[in-house]
Write a protein that binds this ligand. Structure first.
Ligand code: HAM
Length: 459
């Protein structure tokens, strides 16, 4: 039997429905923030990530899926989305669009050759957003608040936002020198990679996976002590906007992020729910004012964020968040003879096009088996098509919950189903669905656990 590749996942069944639901919520929120969807290729020139993400990052040195295509080109499966978006921004001259800043979001698979473990996959799906062309600290705060609001909209409660600043180039250079001086006498105790990183890029020692528990590393100088006045004022401004937007956060000077392109604001959002395990960073991002220029575009200040959807779904499951996942169907059509089967084929089509979720029998089960299948599918209504009824332009329809049956004219079937299903849904809405879907209709507000942000099933 051929098996899936290590660190890759098949997503199906109920889990696939959760993934789709997450996508829907994210899409709706991104629209509210006026971001445009962007799709860039999964394959890019290897050079893009070497120059963009950084020669000394783990992503490039150890985790990169590189190959040569049949034309001898050096290709890499994208490990993240930012570099591709920046390439596209430059190549498509989006900087020339008067509508600045360019605000885009994406959702797709990324590839990192990591040691597979819980929360660390080789094929991962990221949702990400980038703001290109704004240096305003309000943009940093808005990206952080948008990231937080995604988790909140989905119903997550146990999250923590950590922010830090790496400062501008001058501050980063001062900090770099301080790190070299600090680590130099101890570097013999560090892994071979860190020895190399010392001169090339000492910041990367701070996120070394091998030496993470080394006490010397833990006591290393902190970025905030090396910020110049301009960078400090900027970081204060970001915090001021976060306070205005009522976003809870903590300043965590150990956050440096694992990619080289950042300056000024960096942030990560952690899952705090019990049982999540150590790879608990749900998402992270920050400002990268130098990247567009570094990739041969004009000087363009940018800020962005990306979130691992696998980790997000895991957090939703661990927090037992109720989600409006459709796990039932409206109607299951049953039949015995060939004429009735043909009518099932016709009617299921009609009803689906009228907006109902309809299924029927495809595997030759006897009627008893069809009833069982209807139960497995949680059919709200069932119907045994019967030639005699059909000849009389009638249909017998059964409410699968109350077990009551009615014979109705085929002419009013759509109207009847519509009314009956709306009545069932109205019953559901009487119960508060705190913490689930996203109706902001005032009449659906509740005063329960959700604090008035209750979500009905109307959307
Ligand atoms: P990143 O921190 O490398 O940032 O990845 C963002 C998120 O992707 C992580 O917080 C994590 O949830 C998820 N992730 C990363 N690697 C894996 C993995 N191997 N398995 C499962 N999930 C993973 C970036 O990628 C930047 N491009 C973010 C950004 C956008 N910065 C500015 N704009």
């Amino acid at each position: 039997m051929i098996q899936k590749q290590k660190g890759c996942n098949d997503i199906y069944g109920k889990e696939a429905k959760i993934w789709k639901y997450v996508d829907t919520v994210i899409d709706a929120l991104m629209e509210k923030y006026n971001y445009n969807y962007i799709r860039t290729p999964i394959i890019e020139a290897t050079e893009l990530f070497h120059r963009g993400v950084g020669e000394t990052t783990d992503i490039v040195t150890k985790e990169s899926y590189d190959f040569q295509d049949k034309g001898g080109r050096d290709i890499t499966l994208r490990p993240e989305g930012t570099a591709g978006v920046v390439r596209s921004y430059i190549e498509n001259k989006m900087f020339g669009d008067p509508n600045q800043p360019v605000k885009v979001y994406y959702n797709g698979t990324m590839y990192r050759y990591e040691r597979p473990q819980s929360g660390r996959d080789r094929e991962l799906t990221q949702f990400g957003m980038e703001v290109l062309g704004s240096d305003d600290p309000m943009s940093d705060a808005e990206v952080i608040s948008l990231a937080v609001n995604i988790y909140k909209m989905l119903g997550l409660k146990e999250i923590k936002v950590n922010i830090n600043s790496l400062g501008d180039n001058e501050s980063r250079t001062k900090y770099r020198d301080a790190l070299i001086e600090y680590f130099k006498p101890h570097i013999g105790d560090f892994c071979e990679d860190c020895k190399e990183r010392l001169e090339k890029n000492p910041l990367r020692i701070l996120d070394c996976k091998v030496d993470a528990e080394n006490e010397i590393l833990k006591k290393a100088p902190k970025t905030l002590d090396y910020l110049n006045d301009e960078s400090r004022i900027r970081f204060n401004k970001v915090q001021e906007y976060l306070d205005i937007m009522q976003i809870d956060y903590e300043i965590n000077p150990t956050i440096v992020r694992g990619l080289d392109y950042y300056n000024h604001t960096v942030f990560e959002i952690e899952a705090k729910v019990e049982g999540f395990g150590s790879n608990n960073v749900l998402g992270g991002g920050g400002r990268y004012n130098g990247l567009v220029n570094q990739l041969d575009g004009p000087d363009t200040p940018c800020v962005g964020f990306a979130c691992g959807l696998g980790r997000l779904v895991k957090a939703l499951e661990l927090e037992k968040v109720k989600m409006p996942i459709v796990e039932d169907i409206d109607l299951f059509l049953m039949y015995v003879n060939e004429d009735e089967k043909k009518y099932a084929a016709y009617l299921s089509q009609e009803l689906r096009l009228a907006g109902f979720i309809v299924d029927t029998e495809y595997t030759g089960r006897a009627l008893k088996g069809q009833f069982k299948q209807a139960d497995r599918l949680n059919a709200k209504f069932t119907c045994v098509l019967n030639s005699e009824d059909l000849n009389n332009n009638e249909i017998k329809i059964k409410n699968n919950e109350t077990k009551t049956e009615e014979i109705i004219s085929l002419d009013v079937l759509i109207y009847y189903l519509d009314e009956q299903i709306s009545a069932l849904e109205a019953d559901d809405n009487d119960e508060c669905g705190c913490g689930t879907n996203h109706c902001h209709d005032e009449k659906h507000e509740c005063s329960g656990e959700c604090g008035g942000n209750c979500h009905c099933h109307d959307e």
